[in-house]
Design a protein around this ligand. Structure first.
Ligand SMILES: Cc1cc2nc3c(=O)[nH]c(=O)nc-3n(C[C@H](O)[C@H](O)[C@H](O)COP(=O)(O)OP(=O)(O)OC[C@H]3O[C@@H](n4cnc5c(N)ncnc54)[C@H](O)[C@@H]3O)c2cc1C
Length: 581
């Protein structure tokens, strides 16, 4: 049979898996053919990249450097979450930028630090390789036109003012970590011209790589969604089926506009805000309309992959059914990413028998510094008990809050500290995305009282337990005994001047949205990036990278680690495809 002649409707019917799970996914079961020769392919390449964001562009560019022919496809225009992100690339072990800034670092110290964060999510061998090749990875980026600067911010912050480029984007300055690994500034933020908003710095990494990939001869199909793999009789993935919106007419523009509008609603309305459900329903209608355009005018294309298919289609935070099923604690978080983060890459891997891991691992960003006056205060759970070192990186705080304390948390500060926090939030060096939520939470999302007991009652804490907790916290400031949660005494602001304030930063707080993105994905062979099945065997011809795969950041995220993993895992796929017969 000439598969292409069969027509897309028939193929879709044939391919629909009646046993597929009943949660949403547009992905259908693989098209099984006797041999790749049975298909009338529209295009052929050595490596076919599904999803042209961070990991995808690295796989594609590296593959061209290894002389492979490459076709990359993307549902939208490419770039994905990588292009809209904060532009932080985690690198160390002695990068040129670190050296220029006078920051001493070695691969060994970086390895020791990351071991604490990654907790065995990849083998020590892989983590070591990541650290040993980190400086070279930074050079690979700069060699392709990515720019960083050695302007160093050496204090604790979640994200420094845009005057700076190099900073501690992790927990390495916290005493418990510092005792085990020598800290170094490893967050390299890309430089971007003419950008007055902080987010979107990711284009400083993505655009130069994309331009280099264009120059190197990567063929790119935009507005092309992959929903099906093609597998031959031997079990090898030999290609993909794509639904492509034709360039002619206004379909591409309408599709992109609907998707962009819907995702901006999803990413700007905190799910805890009154009326959020209505906004969400409105966004869902736009998503559905966009899908209808695709179904109505989309053309079917088959693309042959001679040496491999690379799944690099991002995470699944925009797929509410997947979040409900795998990471329900994070449903009230605000999805961070693009509508491309619908889990289709992971589902494509699963459709070929790929095993998944850590789908419940979600990064929840509860950044409380700036204003540093918040982080000098005390964080408590719904019982009024302190539970975390407030100076930790925001994703560590978010994880402790959601995983261990039902997503509930309040910042407790006194009136002096609140005044300081207001001044810091309004400081010209505080970026708008940090300032406005902080001010709004202090003005409209907090409670205050002249006594700690009344404050406890207003927040639902047990008064005696709460006042004891405050007394214990204040005593830590004297530095006579170490904080069991690892906060340095100089970072503790005594809570003594009434009125006392409790600022709600819970996952369902009305004004303090908790951004969330997924970290889990397909299990891969760490040497090659090949997708593994449930028995640990490689699925021939199928690779995964970035947030489609388990990687360095799949246990916990610190700023820049996802981008760094995209570079590491994307390039790994290219090398493995080049080694394929
Ligand atoms: C606002 C924000 C700030 C962030 N800041 C940072 C930061 O500073 N540093 C850092 O390391 N991380 C950051 N992150 C996280 C990081 O951006 C992501 O984890 C990372 O970009 C994921 O890269 P990826 O290549 O896996 O996916 P993406 O870059 O999202 O690329 C996936 C691509 O696949 C396409 N696609 C999806 N499904 C299909 C399909 N079925 N067919 C065809 N194409 C498909 C999508 O359209 C998309 O272009 C941030 C994230 C956000 C949203």
């Amino acid at each position: 049979m000439n598969i292409h002649d069969a027509g897309s409707t028939e193929i879709a019917k044939e391919a629909t898996n009646p046993g597929a799970p009943d949660w949403h996914s547009d992905v259908v079961a693989p098209l099984r053919v006797d041999s790749a020769d049975d298909v009338a392919w529209d295009s052929v390449a050595d490596l076919v990249v599904v999803g042209y964001g961070g990991a995808g562009v690295c796989a594609a560019l590296q593959a061209r450097e290894l002389d492979l022919s490459v076709i990359a496809v993307d549902r939208f225009a490419g770039g994905g979450a990588t292009r809209i992100n904060g532009g932080v690339f985690y690198a160390g072990g002695g990068t040129e930028i670190q050296k220029e800034a006078g920051v001493a670092d070695t691969p060994e110290e970086m390895f020791r630090y990351l071991q604490l964060e990654t907790q065995g999510v990849v083998s020590d061998e892989t983590l070591r390789r990541f650290c040993e090749t980190s400086a070279e990875a930074a050079e690979w980026l700069t060699g392709h036109g990515v720019r960083f600067s050695s302007k160093l911010y050496s204090k604790k912050t979640s994200y420094p003012h845009t005057d700076y480029s190099l900073y501690h984007s992790d927990n390495s300055l916290a005493p418990l970590y510092k005792a085990l690994a020598k800290p170094a500034a490893r967050g390299h933020r890309a430089l971007v011209d003419h950008l007055d908003v902080p987010l979107g710095y990711g284009k400083g990494i993505y655009d130069p790589l994309r331009a280099a990939a264009d120059r190197a001869g990567v063929t790119f199909y935009h507005s092309s969604t992959v929903r099906q793999l093609v597998i031959d009789q031997s079990g090898r993935v030999v290609g993909i089926r794509v639904t492509q919106i034709p360039r002619e007419g206004n379909g591409v523009a309408r599709y992109a506009k609907l998707m962009a509008r819907a995702s901006s609603i999803v990413m700007s309305v905190p799910p805890g805000m009154p009326g959020a459900g209505l906004f969400r329903a409105f966004a869902e209608r736009k998503f559905a309309k966009a899908r209808t355009i695709e179904q109505r005018i989309g053309l079917t294309r088959f693309i042959r992959a001679r040496r491999g298919v690379c799944l690099s289609a991002g995470g699944f935070i925009f797929n509410r059914d997947m979040v409900r099923r795998y990471a329900p604690k994070y449903l009230m978080g605000m999805p961070l990413g693009t509508p491309g983060d619908d889990g289709s890459g992971i589902r494509l891997g699963q459709s070929a028998g790929g095993a998944v891991e850590r789908l419940g691992h979600v990064s929840a960003w509860r950044f409380i510094n700036p204003p540093i006056a918040w982080a000098e205060g005390m964080l408590v759970n719904r019982k009024g008990e302190r539970f975390v070192n407030e100076m930790l990186y925001g994703a560590s705080i978010g994880m402790a809050m959601v995983e261990e304390h039902d997503g509930a948390s309040w910042i407790i500060i006194d009136d002096d500290q609140r005044r300081k926090a207001m001044a810091q939030a309004n400081d010209e060096k505080t970026l708008p995305f940090q300032k406005y939520p902080a001010v709004a939470a202090m003005l409209f999302g907090s409670r205050k009282s002249k006594s700690l007991e009344t404050l406890a009652r207003k927040c639902g804490f047990e008064p005696e337990r709460f006042t004891d907790e405050v007394a214990r916290y204040n005593a830590l400031a004297e530095g006579r005994r170490p904080d069991p949660l690892g906060k340095a005494s100089e970072d503790i602001a005594i809570i003594r001047t009434p009125p006392f304030h409790a600022i709600n930063i819970s996952i369902d707080a009305r004004l303090a949205a908790l951004p969330v993105l997924t970290l889990g994905g397909l299990k891969v062979d760490e040497a090659t990036g090949a997708v593994l099945d449930g028995g640990g065997a490689r699925i021939p011809g199928l690779f995964a990278a970035g947030r489609n795969a388990i990687g360095i950041c799949s246990n916990i995220y610190v700023s820049g680690l996802s981008a760094a993993d995209c570079v590491f895992s994307g390039r790994r796929v290219a090398s493995s495809a080049a080694a394929e017969p």
